[in-house]
Design a protein around this ligand. Structure first.
Ligand code: ZN
Length: 288
């Protein structure tokens, strides 16, 4: 075994995910379009800003349940009151995230473990906290990933630090359509061994921006390129976290001639250009 690369479910070499903020009513249109192109989205909600009655531009819990969760999308923490962790003392940021998680779970009846930082997030620390404190308290309240911002790029990498998960691009980044095409055209299985690592395209924004800028066609253009790729897995942020975390639990024998899957998910990898899958509880021999 010279090269070992994770593969997504089904042996796919790429994953695509979306992350949209603030729980606004135009999320309904976004969720419909995501469905049309077979793409999954995390909708990042402020639990303290969800109205009791429809109207007023924000979604109610009933709408979130029916139209977002009901279509297989994710709901994630965005702070009870949309506070940037870097702009507040540690305890205030902790409470904003914890209250949000607790209230979303109570009102929606599902486990919530993802997050997108509100406002300036962790891009600057002016309120008496620091990154180590934020990462620690998020972990201690059961948040497992948090989307950060400010470094759009076309590396298509999975995060090394789940609490500083940098997306590929905001949909309004002028490079986004070109990067989407690059991603779609990339043939991971035709690359040289060391370069056959799995790729991710992670798009983010606010759906109200499409109304404001009159450019829903931009979203359709991007989803038209990113959707329906035979080598891509379409998953929410939490599904990607869950899969990659499970993958890292694979147990290899000392000489890597067999591998054991102690998790509850079927896991896929490629080694020396051969694809393997290991079902839960199974031990598989690696040939060659
Ligand atoms: Zn926001």
């Amino acid at each position: 075994m010279v090269f070992l690369h994770m593969r997504f479910p089904g042996g796919k070499t790429k994953a695509v995910t979306l992350s949209y903020d603030d729980g606004v009513s135009s999320d309904l249109r976004l969720a419909e379009l995501a469905d049309k192109y077979g793409v999954k989205c995390a909708f990042n909600i402020n639990s303290g800003l969800v109205p009791d009655e429809p109207g007023g531009g924000k979604l109610t819990y009933a709408q979130i349940k029916e139209h977002l969760l009901g279509r297989g999308h994710e709901v994630a923490v965005h702070g009870e009151l949309h506070r940037a962790p870097g702009a507040f003392p540690t305890l205030i940021g902790l409470r904003d995230a914890l209250n949000c998680r607790e209230q979303l779970e109570k009102n929606l009846g599902v486990m919530i473990r993802g997050m997108a930082y509100p406002n300036s997030g962790i891009t600057r620390f002016t309120g008496g906290s620091d990154y180590a404190a934020v990462r620690d308290y998020l972990g201690s309240i059961g948040v497992v990933y948090a989307r950060s911002l400010g470094a759009d790029n076309d590396s298509f990498r999975l995060p090394e630090d789940w609490f500083r998960w940098i997306p590929t691009a905001h949909h309004g980044n002028p490079d986004a359509p070109r990067w989407a095409r690059e991603f779609a055209e990339l043939r991971v299985n035709e690359r040289y061994g060391d370069d056959r690592w799995p790729r991710l395209f992670y798009l983010w924004g606010h759906s109200y921006e499409f109304d404001r800028d009159g450019n829903w066609d931009l979203l359709e253009e991007l989803l038209g390129v990113l959707g329906g790729l035979p080598d891509a897995w379409y998953a929410t942020g939490i599904a990607i976290w869950s899969y990659v975390t499970a993958f890292r639990s694979l147990v290899f024998s000392a000489d890597a001639s067999f591998v054991y899957n102690p998790t509850l998910q079927e896991l896929w990898f490629e080694t020396d250009e051969k694809l393997y899958s290991v079902r839960p509880g199974e031990t598989v021999t690696i040939s060659g």
